[in-house]
Design a protein around this ligand. Sequence first.
Ligand code: URA
Ligand code: CA
Length: 434
Amino acid sequence: MRIIDLIIKKKRGEVLSREEINFFIDGYVSGDIPDYQISSLLMAIYFQGMNKQETTDLTMAMVDSGDKVDLSAIKGIKVDKHSTGGVADTATLIVGPLVAAAGGLVAKMSGRGLGHTGGTLDKLESIPGLNISQSMERFAEIVNTCGVSVIGQTGNLVPADKKLYALRDVTGTVDNVSLIAGSIMSKKLASGSDKIVLDVKMGSGAFMKDVHGAVELARMMVDIGTLAGKETIALVTDMNQPLGNAVGNALEAIEAIEILAGKHEGDLKVVSCLLASKMLVLGGIFPTEEKAMAKINQVIENGEALKRFGQMIEMQDGDSEVVNNTDLLPSAEKIIEIKAEADGFIQAMNTEDMGMVALLLGAGRTKKTDIVDPAVGYWLKKRIGDSVKKGDILADFYVNDEKNLDESIELFKKSIIIGNNPGKKINLIYDTIS
Ligand code: URA
Ligand code: CA
């Protein structure tokens, strides 16, 4: 088999066989096939697409490129949760403790920030002492004790995705349904949970910018999970504005703690509770979402959810007092108020740029070697549809290094579109696919 023949075949829109897909994944991971030929193949896939069979074969070839996690030391049904990525999407920090406090099990391996999107590991590491690198034995022990643990990937999990993702990132081939589905589902299938709940984001801050594409992606991933023998469901939810109010690592940890403590409402809480209720039903803890939701409300009110988060933090070597006193989290030197320059209504937000704003302040990486500042970011005060008067505070910026401050303020103001009317109302939940 020759890679050049596969490139030409896909360029013409023909279907690749399982053997051909295995050939290019194996050849790429082993180093036999160079980046430039895989780049060309990715671009052909980008324009010609892959059907469901090809996407499933791609996913399984990627799973087989590395190790698989064995979670059998954790007794019970483990349900995983995964978001396709967004801004102010801190759901994992909320969903994990909620599910655990309601009787479920969450053994989750999370990632770092990617592009304009935040990463769960970076948020967790804003908690003093917290260690996201735990042995598999300790990971199992933590889940068996408190019902939830969130750690970084261990071992050689899906090396094909590490190489392919880095290449897609620099060849304009990220936002393709089959390539995203293969990337996400290979990691989910390799990381050992029994069932999977996906949160597919749609909008100006997501990889999929329209409902049609997001639903197609959700359907593809649900089908792949189901074919691989793991019950999978997907929500399609809005990312036309940041999901929560906090953007930045410690700020997002604070928002998660406030939601778990029952002190903060909003879209982030709604989506987190919905995801948790679906996980509890999939895990067999409750027969219906209504019953699961009643329990979720109860564990927020009685403090059990917050306590679980504290237990997880403690077992992962962190300072669990943060759940009672968020002043123990890193704080920025300066808070700068960003004010509206006109009267009107918030009509739209460029959410991708709003993610970049936090990156510019130091909350994420613009190159691999950048060091994240846990304290910086911003707290958004307005949502789409809100009326504003000139001089109203749109956000509080939490700032340490002022190097990119002017640029970040300018980008933030440009990202928030103020007009004469409230604009079109946007949904929070678009679809559920099972
Ligand atoms: N997240 C992933 O892990 N992979 C993608 O391709 C897109 C989002
Ligand atoms: Ca400056």
